[in-house]
Write a protein that binds this ligand. Structure first.
Ligand code: NAG
Ligand code: NAG
Ligand code: NAG
Length: 494
């Protein structure tokens, strides 16, 4: 069987009324009149029309076009009718008109592909489009087999590139995103909030400073998937395919642009797309995967150095510390693979208290981040952290600062813009590490070249930048002898 013939109408200009607005949201309840392009493709065997050279044997595309224009455009009699909520609704209206229910007398078309392009879409993008494909199958009314949501040429100006000059000035990046959904019954009832999506992407991309288009494209895919996840809940086995193209028009002198194209699914980002409640499940804690994490320790009550040593010893015995085997499973392990020097620093924020002793260690572990948090909280409790005022004296303080190359936040998306609600949550990398010399300097001892996964700067760069602006007295490295004598803190790995 050969591929079916197609009759097309391309870019039919139609004026529609849309409640979702155009460049700007519509005012009040009044829909916004605006132009859209409609393209359609109808499968139809043209061989008999070809033989007879007679249009009556084929589909009269003039009729198709005028039918659509009439049923979508606002009527002269009533300026506000018909009005649509979304591009999806326009698409489905087109299908209804072209592919009416079986009972009607007109000869019916076998199916259709339709694309609706919003020519004056929300800010920053050139066009938005929605594309649908339907057949009849065995049913009496049309059935949606595929729906694509398309963002075309979203223009953002992030810092991007490896050349020194590119680190200094923002440059244009154009991004195309296609969300392809098969089995998209949900689309009949929900629609994708394109305005919220493009607004989110524009803001988030502007804040980035990646070295590569590869990282940026992947970031856009994650943000898009997160948007879908948070706006289309209760949609079981929804598995869209996300295609992202990111192009740098200013990269090459003799080319129009350089570009990266990727295709991604939910399953490609198990870490980034994890919500707090599911966090533990997504990490297979029975697996033998070994993760590397950095933990910062600090104490300023009692014998601080001894507190730190006790905490380190507990850290290496997770099964003794946490009895609950659903949190710390039977095969859990933590190996301390390196420790920093010990530092003494004047207290930050609240100054009339004893000075702090700080250090950090690198661990290898199979414990997922959220469970590791429960382990370190338990250690703080055991070593004797009494609840005290924020930034006040504490017997011991343990923070998970880094975990592999993970960017991780257990807070709901809406809450991630502030740092005032961290209590009880886990944010990795530690959100305040770049302003804390007492975290950066110990890390610098062990992993100076580690590149911060969202700031994209090495530990040594972050430390340099901080010490440049800070006029605090430098922290004192504690006499090395002391730590050797106590036996547990050694500069070498075990
Ligand atoms: C096609 O349809 C248009 C109006 O819809 C009509 O004027 C025209 O005569 C038709 N052409 C043929 C060949 O049937
Ligand atoms: C986005 O799609 C449009 C239309 O297909 C195309 O002209 C443009 O070059 C694409 N941009 C990128 C970054 O791929
Ligand atoms: C361990 O840390 C020391 C400094 O504290 C550093 O010199 C060394 O390179 C680190 N070793 C490893 C294996 O990371």
């Amino acid at each position: 069987m050969r591929d079916s013939d197609l009759i097309r109408v391309n870019d039919l200009l139609v004026t529609v009324l849309l409640h979702s607005g155009s460049r700007w949201p519509s005012k009040g309840s009044k829909p916004t009149a605006q132009p859209v392009h409609i393209s359609l493709a109808i499968p139809h065997d043209i061989s008999s029309a070809a033989r007879s050279d007679d249009l009556s044997q084929s589909i009269n595309y003039s009729t198709l076009a005028s039918t659509l224009r009439t049923c979508l455009s606002p009527t002269v009699a009533s300026h506000e009718e018909p009005a649509f909520e979304s591009l999806e609704q326009i698409l489905f209206r087109c299908f209804d008109v072209l592919l009416p229910h079986e009972t009607t007398s007109a000869p019916r078309l076998p199916g259709a592909q339709i694309k609706i392009v919003q020519l004056k879409p929300p800010l920053h993008c050139k066009a938005l489009a929605i594309e649908g494909e339907t057949t009849f199958g065995s049913s009496a009314s049309w059935r949606l087999t595929k729906i694509n949501h398309i963002v075309e040429d979203l223009g953002c100006n992030p810092i991007i590139g490896v050349n020194p000059a590119e680190r200094l000035e923002r440059q244009l990046v154009r991004i195309n995103i296609t969300v392809e959904s098969l089995n998209a019954k949900w689309a009949l009832k929900h629609w994708l909030d394109f305005r919220a999506l493009t607004r989110r992407l524009y803001q988030k991309v502007e804040e980035t400073s990646y070295l590569t288009l590869e990282a940026l494209a992947s970031f856009v895919a994650v943000e898009t998937l997160q948007h879908l996840q948070s706006h289309l809940d209760n949609i079981a086995d929804y598995n869209p395919k996300i295609r992202v193209k990111a192009a740098k028009p200013c990269a090459l002198v003799f080319a129009d642009s350089s570009e990266v194209e990727i295709t991604r699914y939910f399953k490609d980002y198990p870490m980034e797309l994890t919500l707090a409640s599911e966090a533990s499940n997504r990490f297979d804690s029975s697996s033998s995967a070994i993760h590397c994490a950095a933990i910062a320790l600090g104490s300023n009550v009692g014998d601080s150095i001894q507190n730190i040593e006790v905490a380190l010893r507990l850290l290496e015995n997770p099964l003794l510390v946490v009895g609950d085997r659903s949190t710390i499973s039977q095969n859990s392990f933590v190996y301390i693979v390196n420790t920093s020097f010990l530092y003494e620093s004047a207290p930050m924020y609240v100054t009339d208290q004893p000075s702090f002793i700080n250090c950090a260690c690198m661990i290898e572990t199979n414990i997922p981040p959220v469970n590791l948090l429960q382990l370190v909280k338990k250690i703080e409790e055991i070593v004797g952290r009494k609840p005290s005022f924020r930034n006040g004296p504490r017997v011991i303080d343990l923070d998970i600062v880094l975990y592999d190359e993970l960017n991780f936040d257990t807070r709901a998306l809406e809450e991630q813009h502030t740092l005032d609600n961290l209590n009880g949550h886990l944010v990795i990398p530690h959100p305040r590490m770049s302003e804390r010399e007492f975290v950066l300097r110990p890390l610098y001892d062990m992993i100076p070249e580690y590149v911060h996964p969202s700031l994209h700067k090495s530990i040594s760069t972050l430390l340099n930048e901080l010490t440049l602006i800070s006029d605090d007295p430098p922290m004192d490295k504690i006499q090395f002898l002391r730590s050797l004598r106590t036996g547990n803190i050694e500069p070498q790995g075990r």
